[in-house]
Design a binder for this molecule. Structure first.
Ligand code: F6P
Length: 493
């Protein structure tokens, strides 16, 4: 069995480099241990004159990482244009921020078609393709156009909004029809999956029952697969990180003060402005907390060429300066605001040093920072997670302190509760969350999606596919992936 995973951004195989976004960080530990080929953008562009557009193919664990230069003429319209100025805002229910031209849409389709052609290089009769995220909604349909009958799966890492909201995307109908070329379409939560099914029923007039829908491409299955993290790997990172110089410098600088931590890309979906305001309010409501707690906000710059992101960076810098000016002292800074990324290991050490993890997005598919914060805690003295009820993670992490990120006063009160929480209650809440994290870790997510893809493809084929899911060993691919991942994880203990 050969699995090819496709995403716009890929994680380069350098463990100590910062990674942008949850997707790449989450996929790395499973992709490298499952013998998968991971195909994505190299982050560079070139014009169409070159014959082979793969900039680099390198080994990645037992598999490989293949990075593709995307066409220069279409990259801007695809990435900054349609993907991140039309789809991203709509998927996060910010239709007011949708900006997209017809050219952007055409570039998006061109890049999807370009990726489909590039993927032919990895196609064998036994290959299954698993496409990640909103950059490639139409990639499956482009592959079918090229005659591909192999299993095609798709997983959306963001939320899927209600039908009124998604209808704000130009060409929504065409795109969603194209998505039905995938045999399996996965979402983070049941709610996302229901929103998608509602759209299919009401706007496309399709019959959806028990997560199955039939279109001109055949049958597709729709289901929720909440993404997890590599729990054991992250625990190991957190323990190791204590010795890292950045982590000891942070701890030394605290002088007994408590720490709250937030780690996000600078994105309007992350609720950063409201979070800083909640800390402002906390220091107003409880002046006694001044000097005894501060917020470390790691805010990695993101998509800076897009106006809404540039504006947000400016707003945040102004707000942080204002709040620090209002509450700070010559020897105390309430908000430590860092505009850069850190490696997974250093982040794990930072999380373990913080008594409160603050994850308060306005909308988020899952939010893996919430899960990583929990996994990184010291079991004897765990910190408290303050989590937005609008993050997908809130469905599983129901013993976190959940907040409404639009209610600044409410968030301030919850932060005060978190800071005052006694150790037995912290342990009880943390243990319940760890149990959920272990049950739904990334290895489980990966293997169960592949298993469902196998079934969905089998069910959609009439007559039965040439793709028999048999390998030289005679084992089904999902069994093999389970075995490889199980072997890989047990070596971590
Ligand atoms: O997790 C959502 C996501 O959009 C990923 O698809 C992406 O890799 C990540 O956030 C970071 O965004 P970008 O690749 O645009 O920097």
């Amino acid at each position: 069995m050969d699995l090819v995973v496709v995403s716009n951004r890929v994680a380069r195989a350098k463990p100590n480099e910062p990674m942008t976004g949850g997707l790449a960080a989450a996929l790395l530990p499973v992709v490298e241990k499952s013998g998968t080929i991971w195909v994505g953008s190299s982050g560079r562009v070139r014009d169409g004159a070159f014959k082979d557009s793969f900039a680099e193919i390198q080994s990645l664990g037992t598999g490989a990482l293949a990075m593709l230069d995307l066409p220069a003429a279409h990259y801007g319209g695809y990435y900054e244009g349609f993907a991140n100025s039309a789809l991203w805002p709509a998927l996060h229910s910010r239709t007011d921020l949708i900006r997209a031209t017809q050219d952007d849409y055409e570039s998006y389709r061109e890049v999807n078609a370009f990726m489909a052609r590039a993927l032919m290089r990895f196609r064998k009769p036994t290959t299954a393709f698993w496409v990640q995220d909103y950059h490639f909604l139409a990639l499956g349909a482009e592959m079918r156009e090229l005659g591909v009958t192999n299993p095609l799966g798709f997983f959306l890492h963001t939320p899927w909004p209600s039908r009124n909201v998604i209808s704000g995307v130009p060409h929504h109908r065409e795109l969603i029809e194209a998505m039905l070329a995938y045999n399996l379409i996965g979402f983070q939560t049941d709610e996302d999956c229901e929103h998608f099914s509602d759209y299919l029923r009401s706007d496309l007039g399709l019959h959806v029952e028990n997560g199955l829908v039939t279109s001109r491409y055949g049958m597709s299955r729709l289901a929720a697969f909440p993404i997890g993290i590599d729990v054991d790997g992250f625990v190991a990172h957190a323990v190791r990180a204590a010795a890292h110089p950045d982590v000891s410098r942070l701890r030394k600088s605290l002088h007994g003060e408590r720490l709250a931590i937030g780690v996000d890309r600078v994105d309007y979906s992350k609720g950063l402005v409201n979070r800083i305001r909640a800390f402002d309010r906390l220091f107003e409501m409880r002046p006694s907390l001044k000097r005894s707690v501060s917020l470390l906000q790691i805010a990695t710059p993101s998509r800076e060429n897009i106006e809404a992101y540039g504006n947000l960076q400016d707003d945040l810098s102004r707000l942080v300066t204002e709040v620090n000016g209002r509450h700070g002292e010559v020897d105390w800074t309430p908000i430590r605001y860092l505009s850069k990324g850190f490696s997974q290991t250093v982040l794990a050490g930072f999380y373990r040093s913080a008594q409160v993890g603050v994850v308060t997005p306005l909308h988020d598919g899952m939010n893996l920072v919430a899960k990583e914060y929990v996994a990184a805690q010291n079991p004897i003295d765990p910190g408290v997670l303050v989590l937005s009820k609008f993050a997908g993670a809130a469905k599983e992490l129901d013993t976190a302190l959940q907040v409404n990120p639009h209610d600044i006063d409410g968030m301030a009160r919850t932060l005060a509760t978190a800071l005052a929480m006694p150790a037995p209650e912290r342990r009880m809440r943390w243990e319940a969350m760890m149990e959920k994290l272990r049950a739904g870790n990334i290895q489980h997510w990966f293997a169960s999606f592949v298993e469902e893809l196998e079934k969905a493809h089998g069910a959609s084929e009439k007559p039965p596919s040439r793709f028999g899911w048999t390998s030289i060993s005679g084992r089904k691919p999902s069994e093999m992936i389970f075995r490889q991942l199980r072997a890989a994880t047990s070596s971590l203990h």
